[in-house]
Design a protein around this ligand. Sequence first.
Ligand code: T4K
Length: 414
Amino acid sequence: MSTRKSNLEDLAILGGTPSFQNKVHVGTPNLGNKTRFLERMEKLYQSRWLTNNGPFVQELESRIAEKLGVAHCIAMCNGTVALEIAIRACGLSGEVLVPSFTFIATAHALQWQQITPVFVDIREEDCTMDPEKLERLITPNTTGIIGVHLWGRPCQTEKIEAIAKKHRLKVIYDAAQAFLSSHQGRMIGSFGSAEVFSFHATKFFNTFEGGAVLTNDDALASKIRLMKNFGFSGYDRVIYLGTNGKMNEASAAMGLTLLEEIDSLLFANRENYETYRKCLTSIPGLRLLSYSEQEPFCNYQYITILLDEARTHFHRDHLLAVLHSENILARRYFYPGCHRMEPYRSYFPNAHLLLPLTEQMAQQVLVLPTGSIMTTSDIESICHIIRFVLQHPEAIKSRVAEWTRWEQNAFLKT
Ligand code: T4K
């Protein structure tokens, strides 16, 4: 339920009633058909098979591999562990090139294994890693590149892979946000040595917690299967160093249930994106990042806007404060950039000097709510508030006595 704003006093930050009674999140989980999920839970109760490569996990793996046209899908307990295992299985060490403008897990998955993430700047068009900036950062210690398909938008795979080939580097993609999107007509999941998805609750396709490594390399797939199960090749027989990266049966049951209705989830995301696009046009200084119309598949999972303060006269953080007071919990994915978070800010205090666009975009970006829970009217209300606020930037700024409180709030603290 939301109310329209016609006077400044209607804004919750100026004492009005919040537009939304309950908090609206960027990634409220899609839950799928409860009956179908409970039917699977009933089977799980009867079989008492809860994890360790159970039937639901096997079914989910083969369905995903088939859907994406990739030889192997190895389901995992989450995207971060899947990344760590893929990195290890590919034999990365020393230094690996990676964008800083990503979720912290991309960098942590390397550093966790004493591999140094070397941060690369991004492109202005879509905020993915800029291949033009890659080559100069390659040293004798570089062993690989991790590209990130940020917000479901493919990074520049051809250019990245050409550079990797020239320098004999391995390429892995962090495709955590790109499940069921394509790149030049080919499903994401089939690029590089391996690609890693996240099926976390906040992703449009979730398994509560979960993830997967996709690869067409048979030997790599076998190694990853060993690694995610302590290196067991049979009862009492360990032939490799491994860890516990297994997905459990309840998670896989959730995945299978959501796969059954994936088309309607994709449709909802697309409709939401179209509504945002329609309602956020012609606002000076506001750019809604578009998805390519050329691609046959896209998950439309993230609604990303960039605010150029020089033109809006309103900083992204002030808009964030206004939206949060209206119970619209927009997020600054990915502020302030991995290079400004620990331990990297201590390790590389001058990293920002090589990351001008990362710095700029991290100040401008805001991700807005979407998912099947959102109605057209909810989205229209969010857009109405954004438009209303950006029509009165100076008046609102001068009247909010409490910016300091908002700025001290954990969300807005640098
Ligand atoms: N690489 C990339 C590029 C990634 O984006 C991610 C994950 C990874 C690697 C690692 O994959 P995982 O190991 O996570 O599988 C969230 C997610 O936890 C994370 O999975 C995701 N990326 C990242 C972009 O976002 P937070 O800390 O911002 O989420 P949180 O807990 O604040 O939740 C987001 C919103 O969803 C909230 O506004 C509340 C709502 N929510 C959340 C949960 C968990 C619900 O309504 N219900 C829920 O159950 O990280």
